[in-house]
Design a protein around this ligand. Structure first.
Ligand SMILES: [Zn+2]
Length: 627
């Protein structure tokens, strides 16, 4: 038995350490968060705690879209369930459309013509008591707080009836809107109850334009009314297809739902023809269970293609992949086929988790700048120029199914836990479609402008506190390269195992960054804090360089602080080459120099760091000519 003599001073030191880095995680865990992990909702090994809880709601909504005036009129019953141990004295609604309201602060300026009156609340009753929406609560930017006369007790529910309307702005679209004649994508459209969680209580984050989702997992039954010959595709399953589509379109749709080949459901020859039954407004019934949001596309004179994709080969479970686009939207005639490949890749490749939804519908908004927006079972996409960009866009948006939807990520604080993953999950499949396309370089273009500058901020700074380009650079760029380095470090197999474990543990829940760090530590059975700190917590950058050291050895230097793989090509005078590949573990013990074992019998001509896969700040020190 080893007997250690512990001096009083080192004991005191240890106590300090244990207080700051509780459970000796090696990473900073704020005291507010430590309390949670010492409680029963989360665990220090990254699993949800035995007492983990989450609130949820059932939304029964009716909405009418007037395609002439752009007026959206809605009414709904919301049943909100309180599974928290707290009595809730207030209920917080998000009225997203207030971002367009005059006088509201925003993350960026809007076209003046788009400024309007935001969400008009027409009716409110809580637990059967009629309230005046103007006096029952108060508006703060896009949030609406209503004080409850009777607190909502634990294990109890609240019945809300609400009526509202807003006008879709003509000039400007923010993740939703009227994009062109016959092309509406309607999101952020209903009064939504904010998240109440074990970290902050109510999420009071305002929707100012930049940060996106943080939603509970809810159920929706929605009746959408739109004029004749508008097609509605929405989150959830369409329950009355037979009643709303013409016989011919319905039979093609039915066929597509089981087809392994792409079915052209609405074709060029159908444009300007009837595609809906009857000659007046149609009401479409959609139902979705266990989703964090509900959106819909409302289109006229659009083409519609659909095909099935295998989500689980063992059970034979297939999902429906479909696209809505206008004749002439570049590459979208391949969109359904692309979506099929994507869903099958995500289900079996990375993350290798069965696609969780019954369909994925992609709406093309025609914007040539590209870009897109995800929502559960729906994506809203531009029309980029190249085939590979279209594929990459669809892949990115569909990959969001896992983050932030299947995993209820709070991207208002941790944007890297959704954009970073969507960017990362794109990299392998997109290079299979086009081997000349460098996803790494493409992402580097996004990250490069902040690299080595003050505005390259650590990922652990809450996203809502970072504005503008630095946020984009961090949550897409820095996060992407961090995950790439992590995959290199663990190797593909262990990395996938850890990622799948993280997903299995937290699907349908609200994981924090610590749940991610601790799960990876747990599955890898190692303390990865030496890696988490520089990539997620610290200011710094990535830079490798090549030097001949004092002893005459050739060394790869870690000049920046972010650990990355070493990928070096040594060219000898006789024309032969030696390739050195080491994963980021070479920097684990704080070493900043890695000595290359070269062939002593041969004369070296040059040494080159292959910097294609790393966000290297200074390319000038990546090449050494010894000739
Ligand atoms: Zn994204």
């Amino acid at each position: 038995m080893n007997v250690k003599v512990v001096s009083l001073s080192s004991l005191i030191c240890f106590v300090c350490w244990a207080t700051i880095f509780s459970q000796e995680t090696g990473i900073y865990v704020p005291p507010q968060i430590q309390k949670i992990y010492n409680g029963n909702t989360r665990s220090w090994n990254g699993e949800p705690g035995k007492g983990y809880w989450q609130n949820s709601a059932d939304y029964y909504l009716k909405v009418k879209l007037d395609t002439e005036t752009n007026l959206v009129t809605g009414s709904g019953d919301i049943v909100y369930y309180n599974y928290s141990p707290d009595s809730l004295k207030t209920i917080v609604f998000r009225l997203y459309q207030d971002i367009f309201k005059k006088g509201i602060a925003r993350d960026y300026g809007l076209n003046e013509k788009s400024i309007g009156s935001g969400t008009q609340l027409k009716h409110l009753s809580i637990n059967g008591v009629e309230l005046d929406p103007d006096t029952a609560g108060y508006r703060s930017y896009t949030n609406y707080y209503v004080k409850l006369t009777e607190p909502l007790a634990p294990s109890n529910h609240l019945d809300v009836e609400i009526g509202w309307e807003f006008k879709i702005p003509e000039e400007q679209t923010i993740r939703m809107g009227k994009y062109r004649e016959g092309g509406f994508f309607v999101a952020y459209w209903y009064p939504q109850i904010a998240v109440y969680d074990d970290v902050d209580g109510w999420d009071r984050t305002e929707y100012l334009g930049q940060v996106e989702f943080y939603n509970d997992i809810n159920n929706f039954e929605v009746e959408i009314t739109a004029p004749e010959n508008y097609l509605i595709r929405a989150t959830g399953d369409l329950l009355n297809a037979k009643d709303v589509l013409t016989e011919e379109v319905y039979s093609r749709y039915e066929n597509a739902l089981t087809s392994n080949e792409v079915v052209r459901i609405i074709r060029r020859e159908d444009l300007e023809e009837n595609i809906t039954a009857g000659n007046e407004n149609q009401t479409w019934y959609y139902k979705a269970t266990g989703v964090p949001d509900f959106t819909f596309a409302c289109v006229k004179n659009y083409l519609w293609d659909g095909v099935t994709a295998m989500a689980d080969a063992k059970t034979g479970r297939k999902i429906f992949a479909d696209v809505l686009y206008k004749d002439g939207d570049r590459n979208f005639d391949e969109g359904a086929y692309f979506s099929k490949i994507i869903v099958e890749y995500l289900s079996t490749g990375l993350p290798g988790v069965e696609f969780p939804y019954s369909h994925i519908t992609s709406f093309c908004n025609g914007n040539s700048a590209g870009g897109g927006m995800e929502s559960p079972m729906m994506t809203n996409d531009g029309a980029p120029y190249s085939r590979v960009s279209t594929f990459s866009l669809l892949l990115h948006e569909i990959a969001h199914t896992y983050f932030p939807f299947y995993m209820g990520i709070n991207e208002r604080k941790y944007g890297w836990m959704d954009e970073g993953w969507a960017t990362f999950l794109t990299k392998d499949l997109v290079s299979e479609i086009d081997s000349n396309y460098s996803h790494y370089q493409n992402i580097f273009k996004r990250y490069g402008p902040v690299l080595g500058k003050e505005s390259d901020v650590p990922l652990m700074i809450p996203s809502r506190l970072v504005k503008g380009y630095p946020l984009t650079a961090a949550i897409y760029g820095r996060a992407f390269f961090a995950y790439v380095a992590l995959e290199d470090l663990l190797g593909k197999e262990l990395f996938k195992k850890a990622l799948k474990e993280f997903i299995n543990r937290w699907e349908g829940k609200h994981p924090l960054p610590y749940d991610f760090f601790f799960t990876f530590n747990d599955v890898a059975n190692q303390d990865l804090s030496w890696f988490w700190n520089p990539w997620f917590y610290d200011l710094g950058y990535c830079d490798l360089g090549i030097e001949k050291n004092e002893a005459g050895e050739i060394a790869v230097k870690l000049i920046g602080n972010q650990p990355v793989s070493v990928d070096v090509i040594i060219t000898y005078h006789d024309g032969s080459q030696q390739f050195v590949n080491k994963n980021p573990e070479v920097w684990k013990n704080g070493d900043t120099e890695f000595i290359l074992q070269t062939d002593k019998g041969k004369k070296i001509e040059s040494i080159k760091i292959n910097d294609e896969r790393i966000p290297d700040l200074d390319a000038n020190n990546n090449y050494l000519n010894l000739d």
